[in-house]
Design a protein around this ligand. Structure first.
Ligand code: ATP
Length: 432
């Protein structure tokens, strides 16, 4: 099999097809013809996505003393969005083609013509991205509510409650993972831009004078996350210092981290200095008291934000490799849906199947693992390579005599014999 050109539309097609075929990501509501750019994570996709979220939570919440988490409601009082400025400002410039009537986000177009038919475009008007619905039985204006377009606001609205219950002192952060909704004008590029997506966000509260230094610390943290935890290559990541006039309404400085997706260089994550904009909008009185001098103040905020789905997509793009006759997802073992697959050499030898089942159940207590007894061993290896399983274990006739197994490494394809009693520690060592 020829090695496919990096960053090509062909690569994207292959990734989408692998995701569907192996149960990472399906088109949403598919049996009803789908629903514009909605996707469902399948049995392997949910594992990959959960691994990313769990590693994030462990790293940024559990392993730090200056961070606590929350999990807030998706639908908040509409006054939140009034105060935050989202009802007024959270919009994108919408243009429509006068000929084919397709609609586009103007700031994403390369030229001022319709990309579909080259027709003339209307003047841009601001389109609010907040997704609306009604709470309660009456569909009237008074019951109109919004699905949150970012998880961030809950950290500001709950700030006082968190403070009162945790006795945290500035600098400290509040973290949250959850869904956000945006009525995007032009969703697309698979899970890159959807109307329902997931975010991992931190609002890090500081004193105003510390913002530059803190911004720098989080910039480095985000780099380390991308390279050390997700395994993305530095050369595929680029920083964009968002210029005046293009930043979100609340931001005084923003850096976008862009990734070289097969469809181009696009935003992966963002890092923003939100000043005291949000806390000032939500609290009439300063919500924080400095214990050293009793001064009441509005802490300032550095916000690192990570899209979960864009993380999944970047990880898939980075790890998809075709070499000789196999397709491999070279995922970091910590991210792989299955850490191990166990095979009996032959399906029709009960003593091998029995031993393999025993090893399988033993390892399953600690790892998410697969069992496969179909076809020949070579095919089973390739099947696991394609979904990124880092280790395959084969139980053969020697196992029955010596109590050892063959462990085959996904990346090197090398095999070694390991005693069953040492398997657990061998794998823990390799996976972490
Ligand atoms: P874009 O410029 O691509 O519309 P944004 O700058 O509006 O993105 P932010 O408001 O900074 O995005 O949102 C934080 C993060 O949430 C983004 O960096 C991205 O990872 C993710 N995200 C935003 N919009 C979407 C979407 N429609 N689909 C999937 N992920 C998204």
């Amino acid at each position: 099999m020829a090695k496919i050109k990096e960053n090509s539309p062909e690569l994207m097609e292959k990734i989408v097809s692998l995701c569907k075929r192996r149960g990472f990501i399906f088109p949403g509501s598919e049996i009803y013809g789908g629903l514009a750019n909605s996707f469902d994570y399948g049995p392997l996709g949910v594992e990959l996505k959960n691994n990313i979220k769990n590693i994030w939570w462990k790293r940024f919440v559990h392993q730090r003393d200056d961070m606590v988490g929350i999990d807030a409601a998706l639908i908040m009082n509409p006054k939140v969005w009034q105060a935050s400025g989202h009802l007024e400002n959270f919009s994108d410039p919408l243009v429509e083609c006068k000929k084919c009537h397709h609609r586009f986000r103007k700031d994403l177009l390369e030229k001022n013509k319709c990309p579909d038919c080259n027709g003339e475009l209307t003047e841009a008007k601001q389109f609010n991205l907040m997704l609306k619905t009604f709470l309660g039985p009456a569909e009237e204006e008074a019951n109109k509510v919004y699905f949150r377009p970012e998880t961030a606001q809950a950290m500001f609205v709950d700030f006082k409650n968190v403070l009162d219950t945790t006795r945290k002192k500035v600098p400290f952060g509040i973290a949250q993972i959850g869904k956000a909704f945006r009525n995007e004008i032009t969703p697309g590029n698979f899970i890159f831009r959807t109307r329902e997506f997931e975010q991992m966000e931190i609002e890090y509260f500081i004193k105003e004078e510390d913002w530059k230094e803190t911004f720098e610390i989080w910039r480095k943290e985000m780099w380390s996350w991308m390279t050390d935890e997700l395994g993305l290559d530095k050369k595929n990541i680029h920083e964009l210092d968002v210029p005046d006039g293009e930043r979100a309404h609340y931001s005084k400085k923003t850096i976008d981290f862009e990734y070289d997706y097969p469809f181009g260089k696009k935003e992966l994550y963002g890092l923003a200095y939100r000043t005291d904009f949000d806390l000032k909008n939500h609290y009439k009185e300063p919500p924080y008291e400095d214990i050293e001098n009793g001064e009441k103040l509005y802490p300032h905020v550095i916000e690192p934000t990570w899209g979960v789905d864009r993380s999944v997509l970047a990880v898939l793009c980075e790890s998809y490799i075709e070499e000789q006759e196999r397709v491999v997802l070279k995922l970091k073992p910590s991210l792989a849906p299955y850490k191990v697959a166990v095979f009996p050499l032959l399906k029709n030898k009960p003593e091998l199947v029995e031993k393999a089942t025993e090893v399988y159940h033993q390892l399953k207590k600690n790892f998410n693992i697969a069992f496969d007894d179909r076809g020949n061993i070579g095919k089973r290896y390739y099947s696991q390579d394609e979904i990124g399983t880092p280790f395959c274990i084969t139980i053969d006739f020697e196992t029955l005599e010596n109590n050892d197994v063959t462990v085959r490494d996904r990346d090197t394809m090398k095999q070694e014999r390991i005693k069953i009693k040492d398997l657990q520690s061998y794998l823990i060592n390799k996976i972490n």
